[in-house]
Each structure stands twice: as structure tokens, then as C-alpha cells.
Ligand binder design. Structure first.
Ligand code: ADP
Length: 195
């Protein structure tokens, strides 16, 4: 299996690159942000509770997102692999993911981290807010809070995979297709080494 963690701050381009990776490698896309937004759209109790935190740019509790991922892994046992997008976002989430994958006799192949500087992220989030309709993209205070939550709570996830020798950093500024090809080259280098 090819199991990728696509990592990076809000606005780094994870969603865009995920779509391309899914098509090239036939992976199942697991985006906790998308899963949470569909709970909100469906008006579930989980969605209502998550929305209050998401709209402020704060993280939802670990057990909520871990539960959603557990459920999706169970539903997709025949998959050729997974792309985890926006998850794990904390070290406890990373540990939980590793344990879940062991249950399915698999593991993370590699993390691909998209690197973009903070001010560019703020610009991108506010620009996306013009069309996305996402409450958390609308104002600069929330955009900055999301970037600082990332720097404080999520960056340690990169160290977690780095310690396992599973960390690849790729510049996330430039042409979308160029970034995509760089990601693919790096993934294939890792996959060949493991094979
Ligand atoms: P972006 O990549 O632009 O930040 P996401 O769609 O990944 O957007 O996430 C939007 C919001 O959903 C986050 O700010 C957070 O509130 C919540 N969220 C998504 N994934 C997680 C997660 N793994 N752990 C905690 N909260 C999450």
C-alpha cells in the first residue's frame, strides 16, 4: 500500500495536490477538514460542536477526528492506499494513526510536507475566502490564528515522522504542476527504496 501523509500549514495547497495525487496513484482521500465540513452540512451534533471551534480557527478534539478516520479506514479496506490530508494535526493523532494502521497490517509510507512562509499563507487564505464561503477563511484574525495553531500544535507532527525517517519537505511556492511532479519524484524514490 501507498499511504501518504500530506502535511503543511493551512493554505499550503494540500487540497490541490491531494486531488492530483489521488488520480495518479488511485488513492482514497481522507481529509478531516472535508469530513468535518460534511458533518456541519448534514447538521449533525458532531458537526455543530466542531463548527464552533473550526470557525475560530481552533482544532477540534483529537478523539473526534481519530474516530472519523477509524471509521473511514474500516469502510475502505480494499483501497490501494490512502492520502491523509489535514490529519494527523497533533502528536496524539499521529500515534493513534500509527496504531490504527498496524491493525490493517500497514503503515505510513512517507510524509510529504509542503513548505510555505506564513505571510504567503495569510494572503492565500484571505484570497480563498473571497470564493470558498468558509467562515475560517474570512478574516485576518482567524487566518493568523490558524497559522499560529499550526506552528504551535501541528509542527511537532513533522518531527514525529522525521524521527521515523519518513519526512520529505517540498517547497510549496511555484507552479502547481511543477510542485506536483516534484512530489511524485520524491514519493517514487521512497517507494522504490522500500520495494
Ligand atoms: P486547512 O488545511 O485550510 O487548514 P482543513 O480543511 O484541513 O483546512 O481544516 C479546517 C479546520 O478543521 C481546522 O482549522 C480545524 O478546526 C478542523 N480540523 C481539520 N482537521 C483536523 C484535525 N486533524 N484535528 C483537529 N482539527 C481539525
Amino acid at each position: 500500500m501507498l499511504n501518504l501523509v500530506l502535511f503543511g500549514p493551512p493554505g499550503a495547497g494540500k487540497g490541490t495536490q491531494s486531488e492530483k495525487l489521488i488520480r495518479r496513484y488511485d488513492l482514497v482521500h481522507l481529509s478531516t477538514g472535508d469530513l468535518l465540513r460534511s458533518q456541519i452540512a448534514a447538521g449533525t451534533e458532531l458537526g455543530l460542536r466542531a463548527k464552533q471551534l473550526m470557525d475560530q480557527g481552533l482544532l477540534v478534539p483529537d478523539e473526534v477526528v481519530i474516530g472519523m478516520i477509524d471509521c473511514k479506514l474500516r469502510e475502505n479496506q480494499q483501497a490501494a492506499g490512502f492520502i491523509f490530508d489535514g490529519f494527523p494535526r497533533t502528536v496524539p493523532q499521529s500515534e493513534a494513526l500509527d496504531s490504527l494502521l498496524v491493525e490493517y497490517n500497514t503503515q505510513i509510507t512517507t510524509m510529504v510536507a509542503l513548505v510555505v512562509e506564513d505571510e504567503e499563507l495569510i494572503r492565500r487564505l484571505l484570497k480563498r475566502g473571497e470564493t470558498s464561503g468558509r467562515p475560517d477563511d474570512q478574516d485576518e484574525v482567524t487566518a493568523r490564528r490558524r497559522v499560529s495553531v499550526y506552528n504551535r500544535e501541528t509542527i511537532p507532527v513533522a518531527d514525529y515522522y522525521n524521527q521515523q525517517g519518513k519526512y520529505i519537505a517540498i517547497g510549496g511556492i511555484g507552479e502547481i504542476d511543477m510542485i506536483f511532479e516534484t512530489i511524485c519524484q520524491q514519493i517514487e524514490a521512497v517507494a522504490t527504496k522500500k520495494a
